[in-house]
Design a protein around this ligand. Structure first.
Ligand SMILES: C[S@@+](CC[C@H](N)C(=O)[O-])C[C@H]1O[C@@H](n2cnc3c(N)ncnc32)[C@H](O)[C@@H]1O
Length: 264
């Protein structure tokens, strides 16, 4: 089989690599991501990127530009300026983001800034937490006869008028744990039933992963009672129920805690 030209391409100084680090488990970093990190001379990374993945950048200067929620952060403008400056100074620059760089990661803005500045760059897609975190916890986001559509939304901006129709059979919410009441209200307004199974997965694929299941209408109370915080993913839909049958295998993984069952 012919090798992809991208995979065999030599890494170039003066280039920015926008790399998705995956959801946390270092085994879910892509081969291209690992290759690029090994050659990097400087890495600008987010808070979601785990230490085993950062250690792959053995020869690089590490710059933490991450933030938790609305906490202290390097401004987006400053990050974009720094990437351009580092590339122009001849560095082999990696911009390392959790999951996939183009899924709620502001990778799009950074790619556009590099394009506008005429700086060469490569997108290295990552395994997005949106699908990988539910899967690793035993929750398929689609399932024949149960869920034939899936929507991924942010929990940051759920205020305002509700959507006209139900979003999808399965809804995956990123950045929604601090806003769980608004997310629940939005999904109820869009036509989902209060008893729809829901799950909260905190630090999915990491050794300290936690998975809590409940009904949609219980989500905010469960988040508070269990002390669930970012980074967490909310999954709502009948497919969450499949976890009961897949849980034996999933629960056997180290560090996974099953805090509650799905209620009917
Ligand atoms: C700014 S978004 C970035 C998403 C990322 N680009 C991706 O594709 O996964 C950050 C949110 O992703 C979700 N997230 C990322 N990694 C996660 C993980 N290991 N476990 C649970 N949620 C995660 C959380 O909802 C978190 O607040």
């Amino acid at each position: 089989m012919a090798e992809s030209p991208r995979r065999s391409a030599a890494l170039r100084a003066g280039t920015v690599y926008l790399v998705g680090a995956g959801p946390g488990d270092p085994g879910l970093l892509t081969l291209r991501g690992a290759e690029v990190l090994a050659a990097a001379t400087v890495v600008y990374h987010d808070y979601l990127v785990t230490d085993p993945i950062l250690r792959r950048a053995a020869h690089a200067r590490l710059v933490d530009v991450g933030k938790v929620g609305h906490g202290p952060q390097t401004t987006q403008d400053a990050i974009e300026r720094a990437l351009v400056q580092e590339a122009r100074a001849g560095e082999c620059v990696v911009r390392l983001k959790g999951g996939d760089p183009f899924v709620f990661g502001r990778g799009t803005e950074e790619a556009l800034a590099l394009a506008d500045a005429g700086v060469p760059f490569e997108i290295v897609p990552g395994v997005s937490s949106a699908f990988a975190v539910p899967a690793a916890a035993g929750i398929p986001v689609t399932a024949r006869g149960i869920a034939s559509s899936v929507a991924v939304m942010t929990g940051h901006s759920v205020a305002g008028p509700p959507p006209a129709a139900p979003v999808a059979d399965t809804v995956v919410v990123l950045m929604g744990v601090a806003n769980a009441a608004a997310v629940r209200d939005r999904l109820l307004q869009s036509g989902m039933k209060p008893a729809t199974p829901a799950a909260v997965i905190q630090r999915g694929t990491c050794p300290d992963e936690r998975v809590v299941t409940c009904r949609l209408d219980e989500l905010p109370e469960v988040v508070i009672r269990e002390g669930l915080t970012a980074p967490s993913i909310l999954v709502v839909g009948e497919a969450v129920r499949l976890r009961e049958r897949l849980a034996l295998r999933v629960a056997a993984r180290d560090g996974v805690r099953v805090a509650a069952g799905v209620h009917d």
